[in-house]
Design a protein around this ligand. Structure first.
Ligand SMILES: [Zn+2]
Length: 323
């Protein structure tokens, strides 16, 4: 990623040369998208502090998206659902869930509840190859590396203590199989938590490592809170599914608008075929950034990147297609 420049208000700003008072930066932040806030947060401690002092900028950023991003669930259980963590989860990217891949991807999750994302259509196909959509069954044990159906995972594995996970464990919101699908890593973390709590309560010296030390009593109280939170988390995941479809449609529409701007306005002006322009890194980066924030390219933006784009075209520098 280009760490030097950040696009705000359709203008490229360099944070090291633009000297604005905090109040003005805040005004800019209140107009930014969640992704732009995440990028700003990475620029300097000063931006981090401004954002930390004004948590409403994250809420505003969600509303600045069109369609607006659904709000995070309000949850009492431990674990963070703050606006900034939520923005990071949605827009910050993550690793592909397919075991043989694990590549980092900026794509949205395929399942928001499981926090599972895939990096490409190829990995998506690997994940779906074993679903039998008609019978809503999973044909192959391969999938257990990603998620397991409730029946096999929670009941038939003969570990009765897993039964009480069922009340609170998040599962795939897409309702793909006859049984809810859980993520293996989440189930095993829950196992560890349970064994650790028992070891602490029974004062055994050896216990599995966990993030928070709790006795059985405390853990059961936590389970209750999580069970109360589960419907909200699932509701949020379903809302995010709807939102991401709308966003993808909006993105496609804006990409078309931007391509036709390049084709009908820029290409005749510069006497360069628009397809060639699209392949230069400068234009391709701009398309990505403008697509993500659903904004239109215009002449002013073109003037800003023209020098680079034309030079890259002349020197025949093109992007490699990763997808
Ligand atoms: Zn992948």
């Amino acid at each position: 990623m280009d760490r030097e420049k950040y696009k705000l208000f359709n203008v490229s700003l360099s944070p090291y040369t633009v000297n604005l008072p905090d109040v003005l930066w805040l005004e800019i932040m209140l107009k930014a998208s969640p992704l732009e806030l995440l990028q700003l947060q990475r620029v300097s401690k000063r931006f981090c502090d401004i954002l930390a002092d004004n948590p409403r900028s994250w809420t505003e950023a969600r509303h600045n998206m069109n369609p607006p991003v659904p709000p995070p669930p309000h949850v009492n259980a431990a674990g963070v659902w703050t606006e900034s963590a939520y923005a990071q989860f949605l827009f910050g990217g993550g690793n592909c869930i397919v075991k043989s891949c694990k590549k980092w991807t900026a794509r949205f999750p395929t399942s928001y509840a499981l926090r599972a994302r895939v990096c490409s259509t190829k990995c998506d196909a690997i994940l779906h190859r074993h679903y039998e959509t008609e019978a809503r069954k999973i044909n192959n044990g391969y999938l257990t590396s990603c998620a397991i159906p409730g029946k096999r995972g929670l009941r038939q594995m003969g570990q009765t203590q897993r039964l009480h996970f069922r009340n609170w464990l998040v599962h795939d919101e897409r309702d793909l199989t006859q049984h809810p699908m859980y993520r293996v890593s989440i189930v095993s973390a829950a196992d560890q938590e349970w064994f650790s709590a028992r070891a602490i309560t029974e004062k055994r010296p050896v216990r599995p490592p966990v993030a928070v030390l709790r006795t059985v009593e405390e853990l059961k109280a936590q389970y209750k809170l999580r069970a109360e939170a589960l419907p909200q988390i699932m509701q949020n995941a379903e809302a995010l599914q709807v939102w991401s479809k709308q966003y993808a449609d909006a993105r496609k529409a804006i990409d078309l608008v931007n391509v036709s701007f390049l084709k009908e306005v820029i290409s005749p002006r510069e006497q360069i075929p628009y397809r060639k322009l699209l392949k230069t890194p400068a234009v391709s980066r701009a398309f990505e950034a403008f697509g993500q924030s659903l904004s239109r390219l215009d002449i002013r933006i073109w003037c800003g990147m023209r020098a680079n784009a034309v030079r890259e075209y002349r020197e025949n520098i093109t992007i490699r297609h990763s997808q």
